[in-house]
Design a protein around this ligand. Structure first.
Ligand code: ZL4
Ligand code: CA
Ligand code: ZN
Length: 379
């Protein structure tokens, strides 16, 4: 299981099963798997498919999903259907409801996006890829015994468990708008996985966890990092804070592999969002992590304005391939081009919708507090 280090050009692989974009959470539900089809069309219109290894992925098996999830929960998902579900029981026993409804093909959907993450993971482990991408993954809220926040199977936990068989230390970075609670909880007591989430936090915003004082327990103490942010954070402050926190974490933790969740709901103008980030700033965080030259699993996550989700993940696919996309209008051959109006460009301004409630003083206190925690990593 050697890693490719001799070449200065990374081998990038893209893991996708087009079927995943056909599932529907239901009318008006903000999570739209169709955004994955839009992303794939953009990636293809820019000919990025030609510079990466493409893999059509296979669904995860029941046994693979039970490496984290309880057999009762997986069996429930396998058996349940919209017509036969007892909603009262499903809600009480398995947290089924408006956020996590029962829809047609739910089990296949969960095994499909998790299978993509596991396929991407095995290409890293075998050394065939230096960077593996699965935009359909990154569903960070799912718990051992049930779904949470639009997430049914925790593909991230499954992937990290697999990575831990071959790598001593895994760094997990989560730039989704929401706290990566499911991943944090799964590895809260180990010093082999460091979890680090940037998110909106005010004590009530979903999932209501992720304050500074959640740092891990036992051997895992100080190996969970939380960066609680207020509404309206802007490009420059976010990227500066991100780099100033991730640099010392990477130099002291010395991860052997990095998993990055790239949730697109931290962009400005997101249907559920409250930050002001532009696509280039979000992408700069991915580029910065890539610059450390470690094997990297890159995953999607949230993102509720499909045209911007697909723009972001196409831009990040380009970044990871060291490709500069042409400025100007989107390619004429792009299917669903009408979704991208009125500007028809890759970089609409998403940056000034919400008042920035993160003062310089607040962000400085966040940085100091986290650097304090990271100092404890070395004894
Ligand atoms: C919706 O319109 O804050 C679900 C969810 C369904 C359609 C019809 C039902 C209408 C917004 C959200 C009633 C919906 C009430 N429909 C939903 C406490 C809540 C209880 C459920 O990006 N109601 C729960 C979850 C968050 C809560 C965010 C982020 C995932 C990720 C990774 C998950 N849940 C209040 C909300 C709608 C809906 C409209 C919704 N749910 C917005 N925020 C939530 O981190 C993928
Ligand atoms: Ca996050
Ligand atoms: Zn989110």
């Amino acid at each position: 299981y050697s890693q490719l280090t001799s070449s200065n050009v990374s081998h990038v692989s893209y893991h996708y099963n087009p079927e995943v974009s056909n599932y529907h959470y239901g009318p008006h539900h903000p999570m739209k798997p169709f955004r994955l089809l839009l992303t794939d069309h953009l990636v293809s219109a820019y000919k990025l498919h030609e510079v990466m290894d493409l893999y059509q992925t296979t669904p995860a098996s029941k046994e693979q999903m039970m490496k984290f999830h309880s057999p009762e929960y997986i069996e429930f998902l396998q058996k349940v259907s919209p017509d036969t579900v007892n909603r009262a029981t499903a809600s009480r026993e398995f947290n089924i409801g408006d956020d996590c409804p029962i829809f047609d093909g739910l089990y296949q959907y969960g095994s499909m996006y998790s299978g993509s993450s596991l396929d991407a993971t095995s290409k890293l482990i075998s050394g065939i890829s230096d960077i593996s991408i699965n935009w359909s993954g990154g569903l960070h809220h799912a718990k051992k015994y049930g779904p949470s926040g639009f997430c049914y199977i925790n593909d991230i936990v499954l992937s990290i468990l697999e990575l831990l068989k071959y790598y001593p230390r895994v760094l997990y970075i989560d730039i989704d708008l929401h706290h990566g609670d499911g991943v944090q909880e799964a590895f809260y007591t180990t010093d082999r996985v460091m979890t680090c989430s940037f998110h909106k936090y005010n004590g009530t915003f979903f999932p209501a966890t992720g304050n500074f004082n959640e740092v891990g327990i036992g051997r895992g103490k100080n190996f969970a990092v939380n960066v609680p942010l207020r509404d309206g954070i802007e490009d420059e402050n976010y990227v500066k804070l991100f780099k100033s926190i991730m640099e010392p974490i990477i130099s002291s933790f010395q991860p052997s592999v990095i998993v990055q969740q790239c949730g697109a709901d931290s962009l400005g103008c997101d249907r559920l969002g409250c930050f002001n980030l532009n696509i280039k700033a979000h992408g700069a965080c991915v580029k910065y992590i890539q610059s450390f030259g470690l094997p990297m699993l890159v995953l999607g996550g949230g993102g509720y304005t499909p045209r911007n989700v697909s723009r972001l993940w196409c831009h990040e696919t380009a970044v990871l391939n060291n490709v500069e996309l042409p400025n100007g209008k989107l390619p004429d051959t792009l299917p669903y081009k009408s979704f991208f109006g009125p500007d028809f460009s890759m970089h609409p301004n998403l940056g000034d919708r919400i008042e920035n409630r993160n003062t310089k003083k607040y962000l400085e206190s966040v940085r100091i507090r986290i650097l304090e925690q990271v100092r404890f990593l070395n004894g």
